[in-house]
Each structure stands twice: as structure tokens, then as C-alpha cells.
Design a protein around this ligand. Structure first.
Ligand code: M6R
Length: 609
């Protein structure tokens, strides 16, 4: 939520800041702004709306010569999207400018205090208090003023700060919101995420909480909370630059859907050794430690939570350990019965989701061991967990997750097989059988992706419906949750997922002539039951699209349309089922001319509660 960038070097900063912000727009896109130091003064350009509005207004930064600046793309928390509420925010004298990602929880008290000192506020944001606090602490030492100001702040913040009197440096701070430093030939950068600097460098320093960094044209110095310099390790990013580009596709979402076979292979292959055993590189749990675990929790938000629902079915089935799946925002406040005998699995693409991070901390506070499944290397959730398993999906830019969700599923499968085997609930033969099915998934997904044309055509038929219901049983229900979210978040069609057997306990009253129902019917042992539910909605006039496996070709005369996918082990079917559902959501949103990669009101990385 919100993206920040900063640059100081030997080239004009404005175009570089705009270029970096374009890569961070997935984090927020209701307004954007940049601040530059020019001739001993701070100049600010900001505008409500997409980055392109700002960029057009300043002609891409053409003719702006300043070589130091900071920038911001916003997802509104305090105050509606407007020019005034856009970042950067200046202090009263105009000496300081600040960009901020996060939330200042005590901003109301600080604002009151500053107002009683006569400070006039120009925006409704929490961020503006930071600029005024820095100004109030300033006696000529820029770094000291920033340090003094942040000591007053409660909440989360990644900050970039400019000072008109210090045109040869700028300062950045991180506390519970992501921030990296990029070191390049043309100068030094800060950014909320790596893609913002990737066009100029692969040399990156991830900052830890409470670290402050001073950037000049040729040096970067990191300080700890007490103000002592800290030795930081540089990291070399080995992504291909094009992995954060659209590469000829219309949207990141479709590109990322198409990348799933490679993402699955990259996540599965390194975890299977030459003897056909599982190597979970990031897990240090022994069999005897595992035997002491009496309950497992999977905690996450959104699609990662939906992956967790699949995980519950699979782990319980194979390992016979009770698994609770929790929404992180509920878990953190529900006084969960978690202790040192609990294993808590945290699932997150970004590794920065505020509720998920808080749930992780709550679990650790209660003595549980925390294993996280994360996509972003070095993210806060990864660094605070006892064990980390990375999903190697590569950068995911589209707000609607696809390849990250799919790789989360495969990681959960591997964990399920691993635990079940370690506990002796499955033998070597069972494990080999499951792994050989898992290894075949990338090819099977490639095959399903070749059906994209059929889904594109089908989407035309459903594009103008206003309601959709996704139904299924057991694992089909778990996938229905994700399929429904995928459709609603990018197409704005109202959509609900229901356990098929639950429909008649109330929701079936909404089914009438023409209501769109998608029935997932891949779970072999329950196919007859799901068929009965399909008949029930059909009898009430629903327009039914069924997703089922190839071997059910003759058993679904009730459906208006049937999509067939190949069959694999029942437990792994979700990895195949989700793919046509992602394509359906994508093509319906495309037909409705929605802004697919940047759906309204959303942001990729939800770093606020
Ligand atoms: O980065 P995380 O996996 O922790 O994010 C969790 C959710 O915010 C995310 O899955 C969200 O639901 C996506 N919009 C789904 O497409």
C-alpha cells in the first residue's frame, strides 16, 4: 500500500522517479507525486489520479534538471484521493518534504500537539505530521532531526525525506513497511520494492526495521536505531529484468497466469532429491519435534487464505493432524488456543501483509513455532519466521494473484507429504506416487492454458451478468472460494462461493431464472452429490457452467456448458481447477473493459490493518 522511491545521482531525478513509480503503481494508484531539490528549494509536483496524470502534467520530467528527489504513489488511508492529500508533504517552512508508506497510529494526538503550537495543516493525511515534526526538531543536523521525529511516531512507516538545505543527500527510514536501497552506476535509490530499481541495478540492500539510511551521490550509510553505523550485506537480484515487465501481454495478470507452469516447476523441482525424497530447505523440524505438534494452524489473508483451505483438506487427509485455517485479521484478535505444541503456517505472497504479520507475531508470542510460505525473498514475514519456504513464482505484479496462489498450493502439498511421511502416516511408496503426480502438474497446467481461447469465447456469454455463485464440495469448495474472489475483484461482478451442500440452507433462495452458477465437480468421490446440487439450481432456472474432469464426459447433461480438464490425484486437482477459473475471471473482466491489473480500491501489498 503506497509505493515510495528516491534517487540521488548524476542524472535528472524526475524521469527516474516516474519510471520507478510506474513499477510500484500496483501498490496504490489513486494519486502520485514527486519532490525535488532545485536551487536550494523544494519543488513538488503532485496530482490526483493515475501516475500518467502527473507524468503528462510534467511531460515525463522533461527539462527538470534536479538530481535528487523522492516520489510516491498512493493508496488512500487518511483523507480521500485529492491533490492536497497526495504525497510528498512539506513542512510549514517548506524546508522538508516527506513521502510515506504505512500508518501513523498516534497522528491525531501529534496533530493536535502541533496545531496547538500554531502549525497549520494543508492535508488530511497522517503523513503531514512527520514533515512538521522533523521541522520542529531541526537545528541544522538533518539526520538528527529525522531521528528525533521518528521517536515520536507509533505505527508503520517507510519514509523518504528531502531537505532544501541539504541538496546533496536525502534520508530514508524503515519501520514495518518495506524499503530497499539500490546501488547503481548513475547514483543511489530507495524503493518500496525491487522492480522499481531493476532497470538500473541488481545491487540491492534490504533495510531492517528501525534502520535509517543517508544517501548521497556516491555513498550509502545505514544507521541503527541508536544512530550507530551498521554494516549491511549487498544482495544481487538474479531476476530477469523482463520478469517485471509485461513482455508483450496486455496485462500482468494474463502474463502471470501463463507463467504458472514455470513457477510450479521452479517451486517443486528443488524440493525433490535424486532419490525421490522431499527436501524442504527451509524447515529445520525433526520427526520428534513434529510428533510433539498436536495442532496445526494455517493463517493468511485473501487468496493465501484460500490456499490454506486446500492445505487443511490435504494435510488432515494425509497426516491426520487437526488443522485450523484462520483469516489473519480474525486470528490476531480471537485469543486463539495456540501454544508451544502448535505449528503455525503463515502464507503470504508479499511477506508484508499487516494482519498476517501481526498474526505471526501473536503466534510466536504464544510459544508456537512458525513456518512461513512466502514469495518475496527477505520480506518481513520471512525474516521473522522460524522456518521459511519460498515459493519461486518470481515477481507478481498484478493485484489479483495467480501464480503466487498456485505455488502456495504446491508448497502446502509438499508440506503435507513431508509431515505425513515423517509421522509414518504414508510410506515411501505413497510418497513417491504423490510426488510423481506433483511433478506432472506443470505440464498438465500448460495443457489447460491451451484452452484459453475457449474461455475467452465463453466469457463473452457471461460478461454482462451481475451475480455469480461458485459451488463445490471439499477441495472443489476450496477452489470455489478462490475462483469467486478472482472474478469479483477484477470484474466487479457480485460473486459468492458456497459449499454446494450448504446452498439449500438459505442461499438457494437467490437462484432464479438466468442466475449464473459455476459448479466445480472434480472431486471424484463426491461427484454424484455435486450433480444433485447442480440439478437443484438448474431446476430453479440457473445458467450453469460446470468444471469437471475428462472422464465425466457423459454424466452432466444438466449443464449449460461444461469445461473439461485432465484428471490427476484427487488431492492435487485444485492446482488444475484453478487455472480455467483464473482465465474465466480474466476474460470476463477484459470483456467488461475493467482495469484488470489495477482494480478499484485495491492494492497489491496490504500493509495496513
Ligand atoms: O501478499 P499476501 O499473499 O499476504 O496477500 C494476501 C491478500 O491480500 C491477497 O491474496 C489478495 O486477496 C489478492 N487480491 C487476491 O488476488
Amino acid at each position: 500500500m503506497c509505493g515510495i522511491v528516491g534517487f540521488i545521482g548524476c542524472k535528472p531525478a524526475a524521469p527516474l522517479l516516474l519510471e520507478g513509480l510506474a513499477k510500484l503503481e500496483y501498490r496504490g494508484y489513486d494519486s502520485a507525486g514527486i519532490a525535488l531539490v532545485e536551487n536550494g528549494q523544494i519543488t513538488i509536483h503532485k496530482a490526483k489520479g493515475r501516475l500518467s496524470v502527473l507524468s503528462d502534467r510534467i511531460r515525463g520530467g522533461d527539462g527538470i534538471e534536479a538530481t535528487v528527489g523522492i516520489g510516491h504513489t498512493r493508496w488512500a488511508t487518511h483523507g480521500k484521493p485529492s491533490d492536497e492529500n497526495s504525497h510528498p508533504h512539506k513542512s510549514a517552512s517548506g524546508r522538508f518534504a516527506v513521502v510515506h508508506n504505512g500508518i501513523i497510529e498516534n497522528y491525531a494526538a501529534l496533530k493536535k500537539e502541533l496545531q496547538s503550537d500554531g502549525v497549520e495543516f494543508l492535508s488530511e493525511t497522517d503523513t503531514e505530521v512527520i514533515a512538521h515534526l522533523i521541522e520542529r526538531s531541526y537545528t541544522g543536523d538533518f539526520l538528527a532531526a529525522v531521528r528525533a521525529a521518528i521517536q515520536r511516531l507509533e505505527g508503520s512507516y517507510a519514509l523518504g525525506v528531502l531537505c532544501a538545505e541539504h541538496p546533496d543527500e536525502f534520508i530514508a527510514v524503515r519501520n514495518a513497511s518495506p524499503l530497499i536501497v539500490g546501488l547503481s552506476e548513475i547514483g543511489n535509490f530507495i524503493a518500496s520494492d525491487i522492480p522499481a530499481v531493476l532497470a538500473h541495478t541488481r545491487r540491492v540492500i534490504p533495510l531492517a526495521d528501525h534502520e535509517i539510511v543517508r544517501l548521497t551521490r556516491d555513498a550509502v550509510t545505514v544507521f541503527d536505531q541508536a544512530g550507530h553505523p551498521v554494516e549491511k550485506k549487498e544482495m544481487t537480484v538474479d531476476w530477469d529484468v523482463t520478469s517485471a515487465e509485461k513482455g508483450g501481454y496486455d496485462h500482468f495478470m494474463i502474463k502471470e497466469i501463463m507463467e504458472q507452469p514455470q513457477a510450479l516447476s521452479a517451486t517443486i523441482s528443488p524440493r525433490i532429491d535424486a532419490d525421490g525424497g522431499i527436501v524442504l530447505d527451509g524447515i529445520h523440524l525433526t520427526a520428534s519435534q513434529l510428533r510433539k505438534v498436536n495442532r496445526l494452524f494455517i493463517v493468511a489473508c485473501g487468496s493465501a487464505y484460500h490456499a490454506g483451505v486446500v492445505g487443511k483438506y490435504v494435510i488432515e487427509k494425509l497426516a491426520r493432524i487437526p488443522v485450523e485455517v484462520d483469516l489473519a485479521s480474525e486470528f490476531r484478535y480471537r485469543d486463539p488456543i495456540v501454544d508451544e505444541k502448535s505449528l503455525v503456517i503463515i502464507v503470504s505472497q508479499s511477506g508484508e501483509t499487516a494482519d498476517t504479520l501481526a498474526a505471526l507475531r501473536e503466534a510466536k508470542r504464544r510459544g508456537a513455532r512458525v513456518l512461513s510460505i512466502v514469495n518475496v525473498v527477505g520480506s518481513t514475514i520471512a525474516s521473522e519466521s522460524d522456518d521459511v519456504l519460498y515459493t519461486w513464482a518470481g515477481p507478481e505484479i498484478s493485484v489479483a494473484t495467480t501464480k503466487a496462489y498456485s505455488t502456495q498450493l504446491t508448497m502446502l502439498y509438499l508440506i503435507a507429504f513431508y509431515i505425513a511421511h515423517k509421522l509414518g502416516r504414508i510410506d515411501d511408496r505413497d510418497q513417491r506416487r504423490l510426488l510423481s503426480a506433483l511433478i506432472r502438474l506443470p505440464d498438465m497446467v500448460s495443457g489447460i492454458l491451451r484452452q484459453a481461447g475457449e474461455l475467452k469465447q465463453l466469457a463473452q456469454r457471461y460478461a454482462y451478468l451481475e451475480h455469480a455463485y461458485f459451488i463445490g464440495r471439499n477441495l472443489d469448495y476450496a477452489v470455489a472460494l478462490e475462483a469467486s474472489l478472482k472474478l469479483k475483484e477484477i470484474s466487479y461482478i457480485h460473486s459468492e462461493a458456497y459449499a454446494a451442500g450448504e446452498l439449500k440452507h438459505g442461499t438457494i433462495s437467490l437462484i432464479e431464472e438466468g442466475t449464473f452458477v459455476v459448479a466445480l465437480a472434480c472431486c471424484e468421490k463426491l461427484i454424484e452429490k455435486t450433480m444433485s446440487n447442480i440439478k437443484e439450481v438448474k431446476a430453479r432456472g440457473a445458467e450453469v457452467l460446470v468444471l469437471t474432469t475428462d472422464d465425466n464426459r457423459d454424466v452432466l447433461p444438466e449443464a449449460d456448458h461444461v469445461l473439461y480438464i485432465p484428471k490427476t490425484n484427487d488431492l492435487l486437482m485444485p492446482s488444475l481447477e484453478v487455472v480455467p477459473m483464473q482465465l474465466l475471471g480474466y476474460y470476463i473482466a477484459l470483456a467488461r473493459k475493467c482495469d484488470i491489473d489495477k482494480p478499484r480500491n485495491l492494492a497489491k501489498s496490504v500493509t495496513v490493518e
